[in-house]
Design a protein. Structure first.
Ligand code: ADP
Length: 332
């Protein structure tokens, strides 16, 4: 019963779709990124060309897919959606690129997980709207150039550091999405409650916002859990929020079970660190990428963890939050 920042079922995806803002004006927060995107779109419109390629970087649930959809909507262009894991061969990408209509927007989620061979094909496609298709094998192999319709690539990645430099450099613009302030999450919740025809008082809204890990997706999910709780237990307000969040293992800082498991391993097994990422991942039975892109950014943001050249280190605040006393024996 963990409320994760990535969608887990079709029902959750449908729920998200219903709450997705459709325009830049409706998109809450990220003022800088919104202004930058607006300029990019306006300039492309004035020059009557496809907008520059855009890279959206940031932890899951902060609005990358939503922004890609908004860019398509606001520029009146069709949108094609794919993802890195779905592009396992250069041929997958060639098929995708050659079927784009002029001016189409191609969104590739988790672009850092695309196959290497496809990545290289993408360089030329992004730069010259052209790809080389290899036919035949061995000495008789030749490459056939193929012109593509001009398109705009929007790539999303949980960490831009995971992308090879040549790919990163080919994006005209990179937006780094930041965690949201509680006040911004309250606006996200207000909007969602309105769309769901839910009554939510300000104390309840504040409580959910403060425990949403700075993430709109989590805020909306928690709202749904609170709605369920209120329905079943016929209670509402702050009391329902607190009971529902306790049931789903969300603590006062918004940390979930995995966040706490990571911290707890660091404190109890490694005396607070430094601990290497892979050691940490193995100790909690998660993939290193999940720890690095989902767990760590938020723990760093709220000051429970720091990254050092020798590994991850838990701060004094982490010891206090988990109420674990630091062992002092054996030091001398
Ligand atoms: P990502 O692609 O970064 O994982 P999404 O774009 O899928 O995140 O966003 C997840 C959900 O959070 C969306 O369904 C949307 O309802 C909500 N959301 C994200 N960002 C915002 C925002 N700035 N304002 C309002 N809702 C948002």
């Amino acid at each position: 019963a963990v409320v994760r920042p990535t969608p887990e079922s079709d029902a959750e995806l449908a729920f998200e779709g219903a709450l997705r803002p459709k325009t830049l004006a409706e998109f809450v927060g990220q003022a800088k990124v919104r202004a930058q995107l607006q300029l990019l779109l306006d300039a492309a419109r004035l020059q009557n060309r496809t907008p520059d390629h855009i890279l959206l970087a940031g932890p899951p649930g902060l609005g990358k897919t939503t922004l890609a959809m908004i860019v398509a909507e606001e520029s009146g262009r069709p949108l094609r959606i794919s993802s890195g894991p779905a592009i396992q061969h250069a041929g997958d990408l060639a098929a995708l690129l050659s079927s784009l209509v002029p001016g189409e927007i191609l969104f590739i989620d988790e672009i850092h997980r695309m196959a290497r061979s496809a990545e290289e094909m993408l360089y030329l496609a992004m730069e010259d709207f052209r790809i080389d298709i290899m036919v035949g094998k061995g000495a008789g192999a030749t490459s056939i150039p193929l012109d593509l319709a001009p398109f705009t690539l929007i790539g999303a990645t949980t960490r831009s550091g995971l992308l090879p430099n040549p790919l990163r450099d080919r994006f005209g613009f990179t937006a780094h999405l930041e965690f949201y302030e509680a006040e911004e999450l309250e606006r996200v919740l207000d909007r969602a409650a309105g769309l769901l025809a839910l009554e939510i008082d300000s104390a309840a809204r504040q409580e959910i916002a403060g425990r949403s890990r700075g993430t709109p997706r989590i805020a909306n999910r928690l709202l749904r859990r609170v709605r369920d709780y209120a329905l079943v237990h016929e209670s509402d307000g702050l009391e329902a929020v607190q009971a529902a969040l306790a049931l789903y293992d969300v603590d006062e800082l918004g940390l979930d079970r995995l966040d706490r498991a990571v911290l707890s391993v660091m404190l109890t097994r490694f005396d607070g660190g430094p601990v290497g990422l892979n050691t940490l991942a193995v100790s909690v039975g998660e993939e290193a990428e999940t720890i690095e892109s989902v767990v760590e950014p938020f723990l760093v943001r709220i000051g429970l963890l720091t990254r050092t050249p020798r590994g991850r280190v838990a701060t004094g605040e982490a010891w206090r939050h988990l109420r674990i006393d630091r062992r002092t024996d054996g030091l001398f």
